[in-house]
Design a protein around this ligand. Structure first.
Ligand SMILES: *Cc1c(COP(=O)(O)O)cnc(C)c1O
Length: 369
């Protein structure tokens, strides 16, 4: 479809930043550790296929994600690397057929998922087993995992290719000890399985937070996601979210004296009003720092974004006109609104949380492909 048919809202994503993060991870883990680049949620909002090609070209060995539809989209885009599918899809005839046809490694995490996979698998299939080593999320409890892994290995139809866990560590006290506790429980589960005669080719546990805390838990493979977009501690900062912009759709003076209590602005009536064609259905209510840049100046948002429009107070930018660029994130003239400014304004957690708010209707432009 012609891009002229689309709403003119653009996010510019700097693939060089993602490439630098990926290379830094490869440098940190060395050449022999398997590197799964985790790209859940449409590559954390940055866009699945371009980001997957970038990380595979910059040192990752494989992609891991949660959506089977996304895994198939990677294959259809020509990506041939291993793909690890974390728990999330229901195993039925059709999903398992696609997993086999597209050579995707599915995850087992409980009795129901094992029964469903076994009921539908045709040939021998490599699979992953997810362990809950204290993170209290998806996974086989680590104290019974040795037995579970051995049963999968003896099922005849499934080969244990990967055993993984995704540790949970917060900012609360004793994070290092809690991570060590989860590591030991995970290791013990793997040893229990090995004592039952199972060989585990790949043990994986280090996601971004772990890689940022220690290099002692790289095991056979690592599976960072956020660290593909935000540099690990101790490496140079990067910024993949380069710009979020839209044009002014209409600009006009405001001379309102009647029914001011009903005016949609609240507070002071602006002298000049701009409207941009981006609204909360695009995620803009979570993607703004309370102002945009127009003509190199900060212009405050007026009221709350509507579903597909947002009002701008152009009182201080008197020469602004329809078609001018309005920047929600990025630089214009000498001014800049950073993703950190937006995070401070919206109280989003991290850059990847911000990027996940970029709805699909915003056109993605890739810099430095
Ligand atoms: C999301 C996810 C990861 C990557 O986590 P980050 O914190 O983004 O590095 C790793 N493993 C599993 C199972 C995940 O769901």
């Amino acid at each position: 479809m012609s891009t002229s048919y689309l709403r003119p809202n653009f996010v510019e994503i700097d693939l060089a930043a993602i490439r630098r993060c990926t290379r830094a991870i490869r440098d940190a883990i060395g050449p022999s550790v398997k590197f799964f680049g985790t790209l859940k949620a449409n590559g954390y909002g940055f866009g699945l296929v371009p980001v997957a090609k970038t990380v595979l070209g910059a040192g990752a060995d494989a992609i891991s994600l949660i959506s089977l539809a996304d895994a198939i989209a990677l294959r259809e885009a020509g990506i041939t690397s291993p793909i690890l599918l974390y728990a999330g899809v229901t195993y039925d005839r059709e999903s398992v057929r696609a997993i086999e046809r597209y050579r995707i490694t599915p995850t087992l995490h409980d009795e129901a998922s094992l029964d469903a996979l076994l009921a539908n698998v045709e040939d021998q299939l490599d699979c992953a087993i997810k362990i809950d080593a204290g993170n209290e999320r998806i996974g086989v409890a680590s104290d019974i995992a040795g037995d579970y892994i051995a049963r999968v290995a003896r099922s005849g139809k499934l080969r244990v290719a990967i055993v993984n866990t995704h540790p949970s560590i917060s900012g609360a006290a004793r994070a290092d000890e809690c991570l060590q506790w989860q590591y030991e429980r995970f290791e013990r589960a793997c040893r229990d399985a090995e004592a039952k005669g199972v060989r585990i080719p790949l043990r994986v546990m280090a996601s971004s937070k772990v890689l940022g805390m220690t290099r002692a838990m790289n095991l056979d493979g690592v599976d960072p996601g956020q660290a593909l977009f935000t540099a690990l501690p101790g490496t140079a900062a990067v910024q993949p979210l380069a710009k979020l912009r839209t044009p002014l759709l209409e600009v006009k003076p405001v001379n309102r004296s009647d029914f001011l209590e009903q005016a949609p602005f609240g507070g002071r009536a602006p002298k000049r009003l701009g409207v941009v064609p981006i609204g909360y259905s695009d995620g803009i209510h979570r993607l703004n720092a309370g102002a945009v840049l127009v003509g190199g100046r900060r212009a405050p948002l007026l009221g709350s974004p509507a579903i597909e429009y947002t009002r701008i107070d152009l009182t201080d930018v008197p020469d602004a006109k329809a078609g001018d660029e309005a920047v929600f994130i990025g630089a214009q003239g000498g001014e800049r609104i950073t993703p950190e400014d937006v995070i401070a304004h919206t109280k989003a957690g991290r850059l990847t949380d911000l990027a996940c708010e970029l709805r699909p209707g915003i056109q993605r432009i890739y810099l430095n492909p």
